[in-house]
Design a protein around this ligand. Structure first.
Ligand SMILES: NC(=O)c1ccc[n+]([C@@H]2O[C@H](COP(=O)([O-])OP(=O)(O)OC[C@H]3O[C@@H](n4cnc5c(N)ncnc54)[C@H](OP(=O)(O)O)[C@@H]3O)[C@@H](O)[C@H]2O)c1
Length: 255
């Protein structure tokens, strides 16, 4: 059994109370953590992979076309990263980052992800994903649909509200005055606590936004989507977004 950010099953008080993380447990010990599986090797997948490698974690990363197409990326990431099939990435460790277009989610085999924490970075873009009536009428959320497909996993929505380049550049060590917070949503408190430890390891605080039914609050077009981390009107310039700003933006969201 490994230790570190994967931790135990109990939810951290900071996450359970909706506060940003102020981890009370010892610092994560990357060397004893199992690899992070990343399904999707595009803008967010490669950014998370870079942060994980920088934090000392091993990464197993996959795309839809096969590991041989990821040679350049893994060369860039260095010896702590390896390319694999999506099934191998799903088997890699306890925490798996699922970072693919929503329309591809049903192509993902739920079996190797059963019993794991799946961090879903996805957003719904009808022009990319096709119209989904239950999302258009607000009766569910994209991450709730992902949870439905991955019924044996604990899905936590994370990393979905920040531009990939800002995600790369805003990571800061635990306790840094310029730490940025990212919202997490999930139906399983223990999984959210695991997600919070993982994000802490990568350089981010978290704000607990509630369960998956509330996760529309951080989706495109809402105040928490991009704006807490944007410098002025330009989405591509990054500034730290503290927990208070994220919490306020989530509260202000209207459906
Ligand atoms: N870009 C951002 O700044 C940003 C920010 C927040 C959230 N998001 C959301 O995060 C998700 C990923 O976004 P992105 O911008 O990183 O996407 P992207 O750059 O288009 O990359 C998508 C990745 O998913 C892989 N993929 C697609 N279907 C797959 C499957 N069935 N199995 C394994 N891998 C598969 C693709 O592999 P191939 O290339 O081999 O097909 C590619 O590596 C989306 O839902 C997006 O809306 C994006």
């Amino acid at each position: 059994m490994s230790s570190g950010w994967e931790g135990n099953a109990s939810a951290s008080p900071a996450v359970a109370s909706g506060m940003s993380t102020a981890p009370t447990s010892p610092s994560p010990t990357a060397s004893t953590a199992s690899p992070v599986g990343i399904i999707g090797a595009g803008r967010i997948g490669s950014a998370v992979a870079q942060l994980a490698v920088d934090a000392g974690l091993d990464v197993v990363i996959a795309n839809s076309r096969g590991p041989e197409t990821l040679a350049d990326l893994v060369a860039e990431l260095g010896p702590k990263a390896r390319a694999a099939t999506a099934t191998e990435a799903a088997q890699a460790g306890h925490v798996i980052v699922l970072t693919i277009p929503l329309k591809a989610t049903t192509d993902v085999d739920p079996a190797p992800l059963a019993g794991k924490v799946v961090l879903d970075t996805g957003n719904y873009y009808p022009q990319r994903d096709g119209q989904v009536a239950a999302l258009d009428d607000g009766s569910t959320t994209s991450s709730a649909l992902t949870q439905q497909h991955l019924a044996g996993s604990a899905v936590v929505k994370a990393f979905n509200n920040i531009y990939s380049e800002s995600l790369r550049s805003l990571a800061r060590p635990t306790g840094d005055a310029e730490r940025t917070a990212l919202p997490v949503f999930g139906d399983d408190d223990a999984a959210k606590a695991t997600a919070a430890r993982f994000l802490d390891t990568l350089g981010y605080d978290v704000v607990d936004g509630g369960d998956l039914a509330e996760s529309w609050r951080s989706e495109p077009g809402r105040p928490a989507y991009g704006w807490p981390y944007a410098d002025g009107e330009d989405f591509t310039t990054a500034k730290p977004g503290p927990a208070d700003a994220v919490r306020e933006a989530l509260a202000r969201a209207q459906r």
